[in-house]
Design a protein around this ligand. Structure first.
Ligand code: ADP
Ligand code: MG
Length: 450
């Protein structure tokens, strides 16, 4: 039997045993790449399929092949090197989702910019965030009347965005007629800059002046952005005079934001300032237990204690650790013990020097998509590197919080708008594209060499 016929026979048998969606997902665009005396190499379109077939189907495939050709005792998989690989990659059928990670997909509301995932109901309160929480809740009940502006500050990953958006979502739910708008400061900056360029700044300002509750996240990014500060100062004043609620967040208090106009600094600090500190051990345990429960993950006491003791300064990391464990369980279909957990969540428990670097991100992404690192960081427009490059940019942004200009420089000195575009594109697609979501999780696992 020649290679092609052999593989067709094998596929025909597999097709009898798996659902059409699974078949389309995992076996489309596979073929026998080479055949030796007692082994076969099967080429697959990407490394996700490779990993999946190795973990889930290897035995079955081998059994079927062995039935067709008794000489074959071993099979392995390679990612196809064909230049058409990108085009050939299968369209993943969403049907497989059920047996996949149930990473929640929430869509940002177009009008308000709010993500419905952030609510007061799922916000855990402890001594470290009590004040900020109380102030936010009060503001959500009587926007514009109590603390204006409300300024929340705290270290990254400790719930500022969550709390800010919880206010917005609460207002939307209870006081539907109010015009609420959530916007990250970086987005405001690019909006204002391009409005000035296009001569539409008056129109943009008018829009902002009609808002009832304006939520501006991460205002530390306004540092040094004089034009935006100038325009925002006027927006702020108009809203403030009309008793409209303004809510701001930052990673530091107003007085510590460098290159912020004096008059803006004093406006920012003119209402209520509340900080979010670090959760203590007990609160971290409570957070872990609650989050694990929400996601139906069983964590025994030993594992819970290990995680709480070792991930100290970031709630996002506590959540990340739980997601990683869930993913590992699903993809590898294995039980875990404390040692496994330790290696699995290493990234979150590492000291800062050992942490992920841009170099490592680029290397892993290049490897995953099987492209050359040099091509990835060059200005090359080769079709097969465009996509991986966007993903690498997205990861630098989301994992390492690198600035857009920095990211642009890393990738062939592109304009920073290219980086912004890439990050937006990937995060938008992530809400719809299951394949991309899985690939990203696998890439993240490789950051840890699990
Ligand atoms: P920040 O904006 O301060 O960097 P985020 O609000 O993005 O932090 O929080 C990071 C992650 O941790 C989010 O997924 C958020 O839902 C979660 N989180 C933070 N604080 C809490 C809390 N008190 N209760 C529940 N989840 C929280
Ligand atoms: Mg935030």
């Amino acid at each position: 039997m020649d290679k092609k016929t052999l593989w067709e026979t094998v596929l025909a048998q597999i097709q009898l045993n798996v659902s059409p969606a699974n078949f389309a997902t995992w076996f489309k665009n596979t073929e026998i790449a080479s055949q030796n005396k007692d082994s076969l190499t099967i080429s697959v379109p990407n490394s996700f399929v490779k990993e999946w077939l190795e973990n889930k189907y290897q035995k079955n495939i081998l059994r079927i092949i062995h039935n067709c050709d008794v000489k074959i005792k071993k099979i392995d998989f390679v990612v196809s090197r064909s230049v058409d690989r990108v085009k050939k990659a299968p369209a993943f059928a969403p049907v497989v989702e059920t047996e996949q990670l149930q990473l929640e997909v929430f869509k940002r509301n177009e009008r308000t910019g709010l993500n419905p995932r952030y609510t007061f109901e799922n916000f855990i309160v402890g001594g470290f965030n009590e004040l900020a929480h109380a102030a936010a809740e009060a503001v959500s009940q009587q926007p514009g009347q109590l603390y204006n502006p409300l300024f929340l500050y705290g270290h990254v990953g400790l719930g500022k965005t969550h709390l800010l958006q919880a206010v917005g979502n609460q207002v939307e739910k209870e006081l539907g007629k109010k015009e609420t708008r959530y916007i990250p400061a970086e987005k405001l900056i690019s909006e204002i800059v391009s409005a000035i360029r296009n001569g539409t700044i008056e129109k943009v300002k008018k829009e902002y002046r009609s808002i009832d509750i304006l939520i501006l996240d991460d205002v530390q990014f306004l540092a040094g952005k004089e034009k935006t500060q100038e325009e925002f100062f006027h927006i702020f004043n108009t809203l403030y005079q009309k008793n409209k609620q303004i809510i701001l967040s930052s990673d530091r208090p107003p007085r510590a934001i460098p290159a912020l106009e004096k008059r803006l600094r004093s406006r920012f600090g003119g209402g209520m300032i509340a900080d979010i500190g670090f959760p203590d051990l007990e609160t971290r345990m409570a957070i872990l237990r609650t989050k694990a429960e929400e996601k139906e993950l069983e964590l025994n006491k030993e594992i819970c204690e290990f995680l709480a003791a070792n991930i100290q300064t970031n709630i996002r990391d506590l959540e990340g650790a739980i997601n990683r464990i869930i993913l590992y369980q699903r993809v590898k279909d294995k039980k875990f013990d404390l040692d496994k957990i330790k290696s699995l969540v290493k990234e979150f428990t590492l000291s800062s020097q050992e942490k992920l670097t841009p170099k490592k991100v680029i290397q892993v992404v290049a490897e995953f998509y099987d492209v050359k690192e040099n091509d990835l960081v060059s200005a090359s427009r080769k079709r097969e590197v465009v996509r991986p490059r966007q993903i690498a940019m997205y990861l630098l942004r989301t994992r390492l919080q690198n600035s857009y200009p920095f990211i642009a420089r890393k990738f062939g000195g592109k304009d920073h708008t290219t980086a912004i575009y890439a990050c937006r594109k990937v995060s938008q697609e992530l809400t719809q594209n299951e394949e991309l979501k899985r690939n990203l999780e696998l890439i993240k696992m490789r950051f840890l060499n699990v």
